[in-house]
Design a protein around this ligand. Structure first.
Ligand code: FMN
Length: 322
């Protein structure tokens, strides 16, 4: 994304960044950058609907509006407060502050990327969180939806754009090239997709939040390892980082930065310092002076046996189970 960072360990979008003091703590403990919690399309739309509602009323508007507004309390912060958070964060820290937009359509709400830029954001992460459960929607329609959103944001801002993706594309490699063409500067792999669980006694869908585990790095690791050196995009890894071990693995696969959220909820923000120290210790032990010396060394492009990323490795794994 063209940003120079002091550390490749970056705080992933999460509610910890709702408090400016936490962002300061992230910087103090060595975060390379912070992605702010997301501003959601639903939240923006609800605010717009409320404003329209008030403007459309000539009498008794206050009483009716005040009945409507409490619904907005369900959300973390309003759009004005979000933009104010960017401004305040930029006053207090030197690390890059990236605004996050989270939605699925191509209208209206993405205008907020411009306002984030004006508020001082160093970049925009757009999280297109979308489950294509509509049986009539084809894969190319899904892909166009992503590309249109990226293209529209590209038209509105000059700051770099990162796209946070889910892993379910038929042709991730080709899609990456097309996202680059549409205006993306970076990919964030992958969204920890909403996957339901059932409570079999209450017969309801559970909506609890589970923090990630280290074995969840494998899917992003695969795709970062495959894409490294083949697309002119920065690559950010997200999901499963619990310690410097996963940070090192992701960088070896080819990641430019490695993001973490769950580990900070489990261990507190100062854990960033521990991870940075462990990363430095590992680099020292291995004789690497900088990140460039080992970034991508285990990618498909650089390893001696590129088939290790493909079907032949799968057959080897099955043979090993005999
Ligand atoms: C409490 C919590 C809040 C999150 N909020 C957001 C969000 O607002 N926007 C977003 O794109 N991702 C959000 N995420 C997802 C994280 O940014 C991250 O991609 C995901 O948790 C995987 O990383 P991890 O394994 O380090 O937790 C959130 C995650 C957690 C745990």
């Amino acid at each position: 994304m063209g940003l120079k960072l002091d550390s490749p360990i970056v705080v992933s979008a999460c509610t910890l960044s709702e408090k400016i003091d936490n962002i300061v703590k992230m910087e103090d403990n060595g975060a390379g950058a912070v992605i702010l919690f997301s501003l959601f399309e639903e939240q923006i739309r609800k605010e717009e609907a409320a404003v329209k509602f008030v403007l459309s009323k000539t009498t008794n508007s206050f009483a009716e509006a005040s009945e409507y507004f409490p619904d907005l309390d369900d959300y973390n912060v309003g759009t004005d407060e979000y933009l104010e958070n960017i401004r305040l964060a930029k006053e207090r820290v030197h690390i890059p502050v990236i605004g996050s937009l989270n939605g699925i359509t191509n209208e209206g709400w993405i205008d907020y990327s411009k306002q984030m830029e004006q508020a001082g954001a160093d970049g925009i992460e757009v999280n297109i969180f979308f489950i294509p459960g509509d049986m009539s929607m084809s894969s190319s329609e899904v892909e166009h939806r992503y590309l249109n959103i990226i293209d529209n944001i590209r038209q509105s801002v000059k700051i770099p754009i990162a796209v946070k993706l889910n892993p379910y594309f038929s042709a991730m490699g080709n899609m990456s090239l097309r996202m680059k063409k549409a205006g993306a500067d970076a990919l964030v792999l992958f969204n920890r997709f909403y996957q339901p669980d059932f409570d079999i006694n209450e017969m309801i869908i559970k909506t609890d939040l589970n923090y990630s585990e280290s074995n969840e790095i494998r899917l992003p690791l695969l795709w970062i390892g495959l894409l490294y050196g083949k697309v002119n995009l920065s690559l950010a890894a997200t999901t499963g980082v619990q310690s410097a071990v996963e940070v090192v693995k992701y960088i070896l696969a080819g990641a430019d930065v490695v993001m973490t959220a769950s580990s900070l909820y489990k261990n507190g923000i100062p854990y960033l310092k521990t991870m940075n120290k462990e990363l430095q210790d590992w680099m020292y032990m291995m004789g690497f002076d900088d990140i460039d010396s080992f970034q991508g060394n285990m990618s498909q492009q650089k390893i001696s046996d590129p088939t290790a990323y493909q079907r032949s490795n799968y057959i080897k794994i099955l043979e090993g189970a005999k």
